[in-house]
Ligand binder design. Structure first.
Ligand SMILES: Cc1ncc(COP(=O)(O)O)c(C=O)c1O
Length: 394
């Protein structure tokens, strides 16, 4: 007889499907749901990208073939140009860039290349939920460093005291999913200084680098030249170009890490899908059409709208207005004895509104739910109408 659980590797038993993706699956059992859940912008991939790909499908006989393993050379050149502009230095497309299957596979390839069993990796609490699973898969040890709960800013003392002789890396995400905060240059300077002083690698997830609001400004860790030999930048086409389903992103880092991450990519996916790489190349080099949506403008309007709706419920939620990305961590002020999983599940069962339990992102965001405002204004409106109606009954 097979004892099924004994057949499964412990490192996989140790990880879970993220709540971000579990909640929409759970929601399938309910009719008439409305989503503030997964971070998928309700914006179609711009027409200039889709039409460019249609043309290639007709004319390019290589579109259905593997690309070179690290990515299409023309795309890597464009990426190197972009990264080079941000970093203020020249970037070697061949040695320092890999086109990946979204930022996600870039993160995994980097973590698998660097983290050994028992190595400690610092992540901020709260952080994007997948980091915990990616580190666990590499058999590393997650070390959560709490952010300040009043505004999700960096707690310098907490960061410094989390470093040990086993610390291998720090993962940074700014603008942040799930907090919507954007680290200032001063906060990033602290992280850089701690990394250098303790000989750590910094992995920066810049999936939302394009998306800040009002006066907030994105600063890339690329602009700290002193980090050059210890910095891996993970970026994505998913959000900036409304291309979540195309699954394409890239990593940039020093050659000694990139050549090892490339081995992981080779073992896992060979290369990013060629058709998606072509779409990414068009995204970077093509011209939006007049009827293509202004993605940043649309998301800025949705952010103002969801904040207005939240401001009308001061007895139910408190929150920090997001300076970037398209998420809000809202602390619920009623039913505080419930953990966030129970709160999110009950909200779903009673109103059909999908949110993500804050506990999925770390212990600091227990007592919160994450709301994405990537959805349409109609959806946000409907979700808040339902939440408001339920609030009257709580
Ligand atoms: C912070 C962060 N990193 C990475 C990803 C994954 O991005 P990609 O679609 O490029 O794999 C997401 C997706 O929501 C994200 O929010």
């Amino acid at each position: 007889m097979i004892i099924k659980q004994q057949k499964i590797a412990q490192r996989v038993k140790n990880i879970e499907v993220s709540a971000i993706r579990q909640m929409p699956i759970l929601a399938q059992q309910y009719d008439d749901t409305v989503s503030l859940g997964q971070g998928i912008p309700a914006i179609p991939t711009p027409a200039y990208i889709r039409e460019g790909v249609i043309e290639l499908l007709k004319s390019d006989d290589n579109i259905g073939k593997y690309s070179l393993q690290p990515g299409l050379p023309e795309l890597k050149q464009e990426i190197a140009k972009r990264v080079g502009q941000d970093a203020g230095r020249s970037v070697a497309a061949d040695e320092e860039v890999i086109v990946t299957v979204g930022a996600m596979e870039g993160l995994v390839a980097t973590i698998m290349a660097l983290v050994e069993k028992g190595d400690e990796v610092i992540i901020f609490d709260p952080s994007y939920a997948s980091y915990q699973e990616q580190i666990a898969l590499a058999e590393g040890q997650v070390v959560p460093v709490p952010l300040r709960a009043d505004d999700w800013s960096l707690d310098e003392k907490a960061l410094r005291s989390a470093v040990t002789t086993r610390t291998k890396a720090i993962i940074v995400c700014s603008p942040s999913n799930p907090t919507g905060t954007v680290f200032s240059r001063a906060e990033l300077a602290v992280i850089a200084e701690v990394a250098i002083k303790n000989d750590l690698i910094v992995i920066t997830d810049e999936t939302y680098s394009f998306l800040t609001y009002d006066q907030a400004e994105f600063t890339s860790l690329l602009t700290f030249p002193e980090l050059k030999d210890r910095l891996v930048v993970c970026r994505s086409f998913s959000k900036e170009f409304a291309m979540t389903g195309w699954r394409v992103g890239y990593i940039y880092g020093p050659a000694y890490i990139i050549e090892q991450a490339l081995k992981v990519q080779d073992a896992v996916v060979i290369c990013a899908p060629t058709i998606s790489q072509q779409a990414a190349l068009i995204a970077l080099t093509g011209k939006p059409q007049a009827n293509d949506v202004d993605i940043k403008g649309v998301l800025a309007a949705r952010r103002n709208f969801i904040c207005q709706r939240l401001d009308q419920l001061p007895d139910l939620f408190s929150y920090t207005k997001p300076a970037g990305a398209y998420y809000i961590l809202a602390r619920y002020l009623k039913k505080t004895a419930w953990d966030s999983d129970k709160f999110a599940r009950t909200l779903l069962a009673e109103t059909g509104v999908i949110t993500i339990p804050g506990g999925a992102f770390g212990s600091q965001s227990e007592g919160c739910i994450r709301m994405s405002f990537g959805g349409t204004e109609e959806d946000i409106n409907e979700a808040f109408n339902r939440i408001e109606a339920r609030n009257k009954k709580l």
